[in-house]
Design a protein around this ligand. Structure first.
Ligand SMILES: [Mg+2]
Length: 282
């Protein structure tokens, strides 16, 4: 983990990569990236300007969009309302292709143990403000509304509880614990599903321009924007494919670039659309 470079001081370099790319793939997380964090996840929405920017970008020639969330796919689809966009729910476990093909990436018999749900529900009942979001393949324990002085006790209890279930893995997000089956499958794998048919576009080529150092780049440019723990594997995956990885509001991350808030994300999407249009007419 390292401090990301400020995105806005790297635009020249990114613009060059946009210009040189033949295709553009833009993936973003939902909460805290496209939709600002709100007191209750039920109130989270994509602001109108962000929606316009996404739709405009996705409508450009040779541009594809994806939204990958920790929410369940059904919840994400209802909130995103972006037809023709690749969606992924439960941090990669569910994927829905742009043409509507749904896949669950969970091996048989690897679901959450049946005894886990009643235990976490009972634990959350003991803390005013805590609640369980059932995402079918995972559960999220939200505790943003728990009194600050009680949060350490809540966290410690959840960690203890999960330790009793070896098949369960704990991911700590922003005032939320995600309890998922202990399998190695993340948003990075969902990106792999999304771009499966486009793999050749991401094999690095070495280019040597006269008077310049040799540089490695792919024919397609992949951009990923996220804000939380479950986005970290995606940043690594994107960097390996010479893409642009951006973290919102994080001091330490594996993303290359950082911005302060979702407001910056919409500015960046608008900038990206302008750059792409300027260089890729028809
Ligand atoms: Mg997020």
């Amino acid at each position: 983990m390292a401090k990301p470079k400020p995105l806005w001081s790297a635009l020249d370099e990114i613009a060059e990569r946009v210009e040189g790319a033949e295709r553009l793939y833009v993936a973003a997380d939902f909460d805290g990236t496209l939709a600002p964090i709100v007191s209750h996840p039920d109130r989270a929405v994509i602001p109108p300007r962000t929606r316009r920017a996404l739709v405009a970008l996705g409508g450009l020639t040779r541009v594809r969009i994806a939204v990958l969330s920790g929410r369940s796919l059904a919840d994400l689809a209802r909130r995103a309302r972006l037809p023709g966009v690749f969606l992924s729910g439960v941090s990669g476990l569910e994927t829905l292709s742009a043409s509507g093909a749904l896949r669950i990436h969970l091996p048989r018999g690897r679901g959450l143990p049946a005894s886990l749900r009643p235990q976490v529900i009972a634990w959350c009942r003991a803390f005013r403000g805590a609640w369980v979001e059932d995402k079918r393949y995972a559960v999220a324990l939200h505790y943003r509304a728990v009194a600050a002085r009680r949060q350490p006790a809540f966290e410690a209890g959840v960690r203890l509880l999960v330790r009793r279930h070896p098949g369960v893995q704990l991911e700590h997000g922003k005032r939320v614990f995600d309890l998922r089956p202990a399998i190695t499958w993340s948003k990075a794998d969902a990106l792999g599903v999304w771009l499966h048919g486009a793999r050749a576009w991401f094999s690095p080529r070495v280019s040597r321009l006269p008077g310049r150092r040799a540089s490695r780049k792919a024919r397609a440019l992949l951009v990923y924007v996220g804000d939380d723990t479950n986005d970290e594997p995606a940043y690594v995956w994107v960097r390996r494919r010479l893409g642009v990885s951006i973290a919102v509001g994080r001091r330490a991350t594996r993303a290359e670039y950082g911005v302060a808030s979702p407001r910056h994300v919409v500015w960046f999407l608008e900038w990206l659309a302008r750059e792409w249009r300027a260089h890729h007419r028809s």
